[in-house]
Design a protein around this ligand. Structure first.
Ligand SMILES: *[C@@H]1O[C@H](CO)[C@@H](O)[C@H](O)[C@H]1NC(C)=O
Ligand SMILES: *[C@@H]1O[C@H](CO)[C@@H](O)[C@H](O)[C@H]1NC(C)=O
Ligand SMILES: *[C@@H]1O[C@H](CO)[C@@H](O)[C@H](O)[C@H]1NC(C)=O
Ligand SMILES: *[C@@H]1O[C@H](CO)[C@@H](O)[C@H](O)[C@H]1NC(C)=O
Ligand SMILES: *[C@@H]1O[C@H](CO)[C@@H](O)[C@H](O)[C@H]1NC(C)=O
Ligand SMILES: *[C@@H]1O[C@H](CO)[C@@H](O)[C@H](O)[C@H]1NC(C)=O
Ligand SMILES: *[C@@H]1O[C@H](CO)[C@@H](O)[C@H](O)[C@H]1NC(C)=O
Ligand SMILES: *[C@@H]1O[C@H](CO)[C@@H](O)[C@H](O)[C@H]1NC(C)=O
Ligand SMILES: *[C@@H]1O[C@H](CO)[C@@H](O)[C@H](O)[C@H]1NC(C)=O
Ligand SMILES: *[C@@H]1O[C@H](CO)[C@@H](O)[C@H](O)[C@H]1NC(C)=O
Ligand SMILES: *[C@@H]1O[C@H](CO)[C@@H](O)[C@H](O)[C@H]1NC(C)=O
Length: 858
């Protein structure tokens, strides 16, 4: 019995199988298979990048002897066998996509995904418009270029359309974007990021939209409010459309229940955040940075308990950040670069911070201490409170955060000692510009992954422990202005990853006998403002990537280290205020100092003729590039890390917080150079500052200097230069400050242009000079002889022009300058004339968040 039943069952099962398999139609008609194979044959397979897991050539596995409906990426209609879906995304297809492609024979396609291939800058064939059954079309990131054809608008069944590009390779012809939105009435998802749409957003669009992604598409005009009332909208990204004006609804949004992601970075949303944001109860991501928002954060916004990602950076928001927080799921909170004030005590109100990864309140006006009893931030990896007015000690919980990688507390008023670090995950630490005291704790020097250590402008004191060299991964070490003494550790030259080494403005002494090893990565070395003695170490020649060498204001005693000219990238060489001596041996050697932009040898004991043939080598100074384009900075290798430099220009000693590649300066003042001014200097047409003052130069001013058409500051004072001032110098229309005082000039001062603006002090101490502005008339054509009593010139440094008194202010501060400079910033910004605004003095205000490796290197 049992066996009989079993046999019956088996028979039944067998029959079932037979019936079902025979009822299956023969799938994949020949023409469909052929079309697919032909399509595949127009491409090759791009072998690279195969490392991505989702990225493999699906067509390689296609097997001609099997049913095409079983091929990878192919789906057929069960009844007709027609191919209805083709997914060849990330399939490494390479080649031109022709308009006669056999793909268009697959006329029943409903879903087509060709994204992430390389179609060699083909145009998108208008024939796509004939695939009228399509509900899903994805042509993103496939190296299509040119216009998005109007025919796409015929695909009126589309639910999903995605044609993302990288940087405007794709564009819409006028009105086609409007047509597209008007005709595709069934659209759910639209992504055209980085296409050049260059249009307004029309009023008519599909009411089914759930996702609208138009990031960086050159949109302009006013965003129709209707977008916010799409009742199914889940994600809206209109970021990076600065010409697009966005006005938020002030009443309840129809999308309020569905909207989960709102990305509006860098649009024009001038005005306040309306209270209506409180209705967006599903919101998880709110990124509205750089939108020109003002006012305070409306209280209802703090009710959005589902928020995970909140970025309001870089607006003009104000008021306390305060205790409205009810967020429990936050992992990213960024409120930097606003006008928030108040204190941080709410951090200790025992909210749920467990998810929080990044907290950025930088560049606001927060005051008071960081509370000492904050807990639960076990996932915090980035804490950025820089550039506020916070004070008190840095509480110990910060040093114990188990996941912390980036700690940026710079530019505040923190005091006390830096405590022992218990966290082991740190990669970036910036405590710059506080009132912290040293010595730096041992545990800091045991952070094995540390890349970035910036402790400058504090009161660390003591010596630099050579254990600092245990930080093998260190790329930036800035201990400038920290009251350190002792010698420079020898081992610093062996740190193989180090790119920026700043020990400036301390009391370091002894000789620099650090040996810089072959193959080092140093780009910036700043030892200026110490008491270093001896010679320039020969091993600096191993710093092949060095762009900035600043040894100014020390007691170095050496002849001119001409061999440094062999460093191929060297752009700034500062040896000012040392005891360098002797003539500068002069020779024309190709590529010596070819990249030099700032050379400051002032206040030393150099003698002999000016190094005429050396000037010939200064190739980078023979180019002018105007300042209007994108500004480039010397040694700009780390985002938000700037290399400062003290320079004398326009009669002022000042600190440039960062140096533009167009700040081209030769300063050989205050030495014992003699002989003539070589006319070759006229070839260095990029020069903005030339200072040869306080030497014993003689002869005439070479007329060739009139070629220096971007020159802003020319100081030849206190020499024995004679002859007339060349009339051609009136062509120097950029010249803002001229000082020819205390020489032996004779004759008439040139007239016109800038020369109408210079004052007596520019010429005093040249008995033979006549003409405006001096009282001695030059005769000639300006008619009325001077009848006023000649004004006696002030002997000591020239009258009471504001510039000179600045110098006095500054000298009082010696080379420390920080305080002096901030005084200048304040005073100059309120009352100094326009030329100062061109000085490219930009205050560092943002902190480092990301690292950018040196572009030339990799
Ligand atoms: C598809 O094209 C690739 C590249 O030309 C080739 O390697 C592969 O064999 C083709 N597939 C079929 C089934 O012909
Ligand atoms: C193609 O399929 C046939 C039949 O299933 C099989 O015998 C053959 O080995 C397959 N070819 C490849 C290259 O996989
Ligand atoms: C398709 O067009 C391309 C370019 O116009 C041409 O080279 C190719 O021969 C055409 N193919 C067919 C099958 O017509
Ligand atoms: C796009 O196609 C062009 C022309 O064939 C090619 O040079 C370029 O590398 C491709 N770009 C990408 C991102 O594949
Ligand atoms: C708009 O869609 C309709 C079908 O809904 C179609 O007939 C018409 O040609 C389309 N217009 C354009 C310009 O594509
Ligand atoms: C975008 O397109 C507009 C109009 O076609 C054009 O004027 C503009 O230069 C384009 N912008 C870019 C960045 O390609
Ligand atoms: C387009 O929008 C206007 C104004 O909102 C409306 O009157 C019109 O009916 C819409 N047209 C279509 C085709 O939806
Ligand atoms: C930005 O929006 C404000 C207020 O809506 C408007 O006055 C201003 O003209 C807009 N600016 C631009 C560049 O569109
Ligand atoms: C915010 O939450 C508080 C407390 O739960 C509630 O009293 C208030 O009405 C809420 N505000 C809005 C706009 O939802
Ligand atoms: C911190 O600053 C506040 C003023 O904002 C001041 O009242 C307080 O005394 C300061 N605390 C410390 C420790 O300096
Ligand atoms: C390094 O310089 C100091 C003086 O500053 C000197 O005493 C010492 O011998 C030097 N070391 C080497 C290895 O040259």
């Amino acid at each position: 019995m049992v066996i009989g039943k079993l046999a019956l069952f088996l028979l039944y099962a067998f029959l079932c199988q037979l019936v079902f398999s025979s009822s299956l139609p023969h799938l994949c008609p020949n023409d469909q298979a052929l079309a697919l194979l032909q399509f595949n044959h127009t491409f090759t397979i791009n072998g690279f990048d195969a490392s991505y897991r989702s990225y493999y050539p699906k067509t390689v596995k296609w097997n001609r002897s099997t049913d095409c409906c079983s091929w990878d990426g192919v789906l057929c209609d069960e009844m007709t066998g027609q191919v209805i879906e083709l997914d060849l995304s990330s399939s490494q297809l390479r080649g031109k996509f022709h308009s006669n492609s056999s793909l268009f024979k697959l006329s029943n396609l409903k879903r087509l995904d060709l994204s992430d291939n390389d179609f060699f800058e083909s145009l998108i064939p208008p024939k796509f418009g004939e695939l009228s059954s399509l509900t899903h079309l994805d042509l993103s990131h496939s190296n299509f270029t040119g216009p998005i054809p109007a025919e796409i608008s015929r695909l009126s069944k589309l639910h999903v359309l995605s044609i993302k590009s990288h940087s405007y390779e794709l564009r819409f012809e006028p009105h086609n974007f409007e047509l597209l939105l008007k005709n595709l009435t069934q659209l759910r998802e639209l992504d055209l990021s980085f296409a050049n749409i260059s249009s307004t957003i029309p009023l008519n669009f599909s009411s089914y939209l759930t996702t609208l992604d138009l990031l960086n598409t050159q949109l302009y005009g006013i965003l129709p409010e209707g977008v916010f009332h799409l009742s199914n909208l889940e994600s809206l990204d209109l970021s990076e459309n600065p010409q697009l004006t966005v006005r938020f609804p002030t009443t309840k949004w129809n999308s309020s229940a569905s909207l989960m992601e709102l990305y509006l970075r860098s649009v024009n949303a001038t005005g306040r955040i309306p209270e209506s944001f409180g209705y967006l109860t599903s919101l998880r991501t709110l990124r509205i940075a750089s939108c020109n928002l003002s006012g305070s954060i409306p209280k209802p916004l703090w009710n959005l308990t589902n928020i995970e990602d909140l970025d309001l950076d870089d607006n003009h928001l104000e008021g306390p950040i305060s205790d409205f927080f009810r967020f429990g799921k936050l992992w990213w909170l960024s409120l930097g670069n606003n006008n928030f004030d108040g204190q941080l005590e709410f951090l200790s109100f025992n909210r749920s911070w467990t998810q929080l990864g990044k907290l950025d309140f930088s560049s606001n006006f927060l005051t008071g201490p960081i509370p000492s009893n904050v807990s639960g931030m076990q996932n915090l990896y980035s804490l950025i409170l820089s550039s506020n007015h916070l004070n008190g000690t840095i509480p110990s919980w910060i040093f114990s955060l188990p996941s912390l990688a980036g700690l940026h507390l710079n530019d505040n008023h923190f005091s006390g000692n830096i405590q022992e670090f218990k966290s082991k995950t740190l990669t970036r630490v910036s405590l710059k510009q506080n009132q912290l005291q040293g010595p730096s704790p041992k545990s800091l020097l045991n952070q094995r992954d540390l890349h970035y250590l910036v402790l400058s402008h504090n009161n660390l004191s003591g010596e630099i422990a050579s254990t600092i060299c245990n930080l093998k991964t260190l790329q930036v070490l800035d201990l400038g202005s920290t009251n350190l003494e002792g010698t420079i550790p020898l081992c610093l030259g062996e740190m193989s990853e180090l790119m920026i080494l700043d020990l400036s403005n301390n009391s370091l002494s002894g000789t620099i006998n650090t040996t810089f090893s072959i193959g080092n990565e140093l780009v910036v070395i700043k030892f200026d403002g110490n008491k270093l003695e001896g010679k320039v170490p020969q091993s600096l020649i191993n710093c092949r990537y060095l762009e900035v060498l600043d040894l100014g204001t020390n007691k170095l005693s050496d002849i001119f280290p001409k061999w440094l000219g062999a460093l191929p990238e060297l752009q700034i060489l500062n040896l000012r205020s040392n005891k360098f001596y002797g003539p500068i041996k002069d020779s024309r050697t190709d590529n010596l100092f070819a990249q030099i932009r700032v050379i400051d040898l002032s206040s030393n004991g150099f003698s002999g003729d000016l190094p005429e043939r050396l000037f010939e080598n200064f190739e980078a100074m023979k180019i002018t590039s105007d300042n209007s384009g994108t500004r480039e900075y010397v040694a700009d290798i780390y985002e938000n890390f700037y290399t400062s430099l003290i320079v004398t220009t326009k009669g002022l000693e000042l600190e440039l917080p960062r140096v533009l590649t167009t700040d081209i300066i030769i300063d050989l003042s205050r030495n014992r150079f003699e002989g003539h001014i070589p006319s070759i200097i006229g070839d260095l047409i990029g020069l903005r500052t030339l200072n040869l003052s306080h030497n014993v130069l003689e002869g005439d001013i070479p007329a060739s200097l009139h070629q220096l058409y971007v020159l802003e500051s020319l100081d030849l004072s206190s020499n024995k230069i004679s002859g007339e001032i060349p009339q051609q110098l009136a062509l120097l229309t950029s010249l803002e400050v001229l000082n020819l005082s205390h020489n032996h000039h004779v004759g008439c001062i040139p007239k016109g242009k800038q020369f109408d603006t210079f004052e007596n002090s520019s010429y005093q101490g040249n008995d033979g000079l006549r003409g405006f502005p001096l009282s001695k008339d030059c005769g000639g054509d300006d008619g009325v002889p001077q009848t006023t009593t000649p004004v006696e010139l002030d002997e000591e440094g020239g009258g009471d022009s504001p510039m000179i008194s600045w110098q006095a202010v500054l000298m009082g501060y010696g080379c420390g300058l920080v305080i002096g400079l901030s005084i200048i910033y304040i005073m100059l910004s309120t009352q100094y004339p326009t030329w100062f605004s061109r000085m490219d003095v930009e205050l560092e205000h943002k902190i480092l968040t990301r690292m950018k490796r040196h572009k030339k290197r990799h």
